[in-house]
Design a protein around this ligand. Structure first.
Ligand SMILES: Nc1ncnc2c1ncn2[C@@H]1O[C@H](COP(=O)(O)OP(=O)(O)OP(=O)(O)O)[C@@H](O)[C@H]1O
Ligand SMILES: [Mg+2]
Length: 227
C-alpha cells in the first residue's frame, strides 16, 4: 500500500475579481506522505489558505486534480465527499469558525455528535481534548466569552477530537502566546506516531523549523523551503 495519501497533479487555482483574474496556484505537482508534519510558509496573500481549502474539499480547483487515498476528490460524488469530510479530514480555520450558540465543550464534541455518537459520551471525550489544549477551566464558556487565543484552542481541540488521518491547520498558533503555541505544536508532532498528515500554514519560522519539512508558496508555485 502506498504511504502517499495526498497526491496533487497539475493543480491550478484562479479567482476572478471585478473582471480581473488572480492566479493563486499555478500547475502544482506534489506528493504528501503520512506520518509527517509539514509547515506551509509564504507571505500574506500567497495562497496558503487557498491551498488548504482545496485539500479540505471546501473549494474546487480551476484545473488539475487532488487525489486523497488514491481517489480524485473532484470526481467523487457528494456522498463520498461528505464521508471524506466527516471521517478523514479536519480543518482548523484561520478565523476559528466556532458555533457561537454552543459552549466550548459542545463545539469540541460536534464532530462526534455529527457522526451519531451519543451526546453524553461525546461531551466526556470533548472535556479530555479541551484539557489537552489547557482549557479545562473554560469548558462551559461560549465563544464570545473566550479570548482570541482560547477560541483558537477550542478550534484545535475540535479538529483533534475527530481523530482524522488528515489535519489541516491554518495558522493555528497565530493568536497564541509562546507557551501555548509550543504545546500545541508538540501535540501535532506527537500525532506523527499515529501516521497522520498534518499541514500547518504558519508565519512562525521557529515552529516551522520543528516540522519534518516546510513548503513555501510564492508566485503561484509551491517549493520545498529551508527554514
Ligand atoms: N474568494 C476569493 N475571491 C477573489 N480572490 C480571492 C478569494 N480568496 C482568496 N483570494 C485572493 O487569493 C490570494 C490568496 O489568498 P489566501 O487567503 O490563500 O492567502 P494566504 O497565504 O492564506 O494569506 P494570509 O497569510 O494573509 O492568511 C489573495 O490575494 C486573496 O486576495
Ligand atoms: Mg491564510
Amino acid at each position: 500500500m502506498t504511504k502517499k495519501i495526498i497526491e496533487i497533479k497539475n493543480l491550478s487555482k484562479n479567482f476572478v475579481n471585478n473582471g480581473s483574474k488572480i492566479t493563486v496556484l499555478r500547475n502544482i505537482n506534489l506528493k504528501i506522505e503520512t506520518g509527517k508534519v509539514i509547515a506551509i510558509l509564504g507571505p500574506s496573500g500567497s495562497g496558503k489558505s487557498t491551498f488548504l481549502h482545496l485539500i479540505s474539499l471546501l473549494d474546487a480547483p480551476t484545473n488539475g486534480k487532488i487525489f486523497i487515498f488514491g481517489k480524485s476528490i473532484t470526481d467523487i460524488n457528494d456522498e463520498e465527499k461528505n464521508k471524506l469530510i466527516r471521517e478523514d479530514i479536519s480543518i482548523i480555520f484561520q478565523n476559528n469558525n466556532l458555533l457561537s450558540d454552543f459552549t466550548a465543550l459542545e463545539n469540541v464534541a460536534m464532530p462526534l455528535i455529527i457522526r451519531d455518537e451519543k451526546y453524553k459520551k461525546s461531551i466526556l471525550i470533548a472535556e479530555k481534548f479541551l484539557k489537552k489544549v489547557n482549557l479545562g477551566h473554560r469548558l462551559n464558556h461560549f465563544p464570545s466569552d473566550l479570548s482570541g487565543g482560547e477560541q483558537q484552542r477550542v478550534a484545535i481541540a475540535r479538529a483533534l477530537i475527530a481523530e482524522t488521518k488528515i489535519i489541516l491547520a491554518d495558522e493555528p498558533t497565530g493568536n497564541l502566546d509562546n507557551k501555548n503555541a509550543k504545546d500545541i505544536f508538540s501535540y501535532f508532532l506527537k500525532l506523527r506516531e499515529k501516521n497522520k498528515i498534518i499541514l500547518i500554514a504558519t508565519h512562525n519560522r521557529e515552529l516551522a523549523k520543528k516540522a519534518d519539512y516546510a513548503l513555501s508558496i510564492s508566485d503561484g508555485d509551491i517549493k520545498r523551503a529551508n527554514v
